[in-house]
Design a protein around this ligand. Structure first.
Ligand code: ZN
Length: 301
């Protein structure tokens, strides 16, 4: 398998399960886990599980999106978790001899629960670390857990992923070369995981608003300075969402999952017909591909 080019950032120091909301709240998912939720999950789990040894694995179903690795108990029991990294929306649990790759899919979440807490419906597998148990919950079963030996970034699911948006490799020059000559609209372009990973629908609308760019504008026609502003906006929006998730995270472990909301203040997303926070013009909504886009017709050109 081919490796990921060195120009792409291979580490990704932030991660949390895809769905902080379900992770944190223990409720049914209201939306798909995005990069900030995955990163917040990573941060929360890494703080509590790094260096801890696995003593038990329980699998309650044979498969999620893909078959669960039947050999997982043999691979990880008595091994310590060295670190948890993130690549895109994948969490990479490093056990030394290999990695457990976890993706939360459409509705997955990871929680730390007490050893004696009985599983709920849709709790598909547990990895026990002494008194704490890492538990995967996924009603729709589009999530994945795979055992990978060798460099996990060479795995087919990861090898073609674009640059990490929060890495130094995501620059205006990188974005410019990725969209050069493209007539596709800028919004679907920044949501294309082959260009940059983890910019979900909400974050794309919010980033374009902050950068003052019309979401319909052909990606290859945007001036350098405006692309540079967009890169900064994407980083800002994702960091703000991670901070918001982090603040809700403090309470989540050790409790029954009750905790604060994963709040991230939207400036345009979901606000069609309400006044733009910058100029007062009514926010508009349109569809691009199959996704709702929100924008200010005056602030975004
Ligand atoms: Zn406006």
């Amino acid at each position: 398998m081919r490796g990921v080019p060195d120009s792409r950032n291979r580490r990704a120091h932030i991660q949390y399960p895809d769905d902080v909301s379900s992770f944190a709240l223990g409720k049914a998912l209201t939306r798909m886990p995005e990069l900030p939720e995955v990163e917040v999950t990573r941060l929360g789990l890494a703080a509590r599980l790094t260096g801890e040894k696995v003593d038990q694995v329980t699998m309650r179903v044979p498969a999620l999106r893909y078959p669960l690795p039947a050999s997982l108990p043999d691979r990880v029991v008595r091994h310590a978790l060295r670190q948890i990294r993130r690549r895109g929306k994948y969490l990479l649990f490093d056990f030394g001899a290999g990695h457990l790759l976890v993706h939360l899919g459409m509705s997955g979440s990871l929680r730390l629960v007490a050893r004696n807490e009985p599983p709920r419906r849709h709790d598909h597998f547990d990895i026990g670390f002494g008194r704490q148990v890492l538990r995967m919950h996924d009603p729709r079963r589009f999530g994945a857990a795979l055992w990978v030996e060798g460099d996990p970034e060479d795995h087919p699911l990861l090898a073609r992923l674009g640059v990490e948006p929060l890495s130094r490799a995501f620059t205006s020059a990188a974005l410019k070369s990725a969209v050069a000559g493209r007539r596709t609209a800028i919004k679907p372009a920044i949501m294309d995981a082959a260009i940059v990973v983890g910019v979900g629908n909400i974050y794309a609308s919010e980033s374009l608003f902050r950068a003052g760019i019309d979401p319909r504008r052909p990606a290859g026609t945007i001036a350098d300075a405006r692309l540079a502003r967009l890169v900064v906006s994407i980083k800002e929006v994702l960091r703000a969402a991670i901070r918001a998730g982090g603040s809700s995270l403090r309470d989540y472990v050790g409790s029954d999952g009750a905790c604060g909301d994963f709040q991230f203040r939207h400036r345009v997303y979901g606000r069609a017909g309400t006044p733009c926070l910058a100029c007062g013009t009514a926010i508009k909504q349109l569809r691009q591909g199959n996704r709702a886009t929100y924008y200010c017709p005056r602030c975004q050109r």
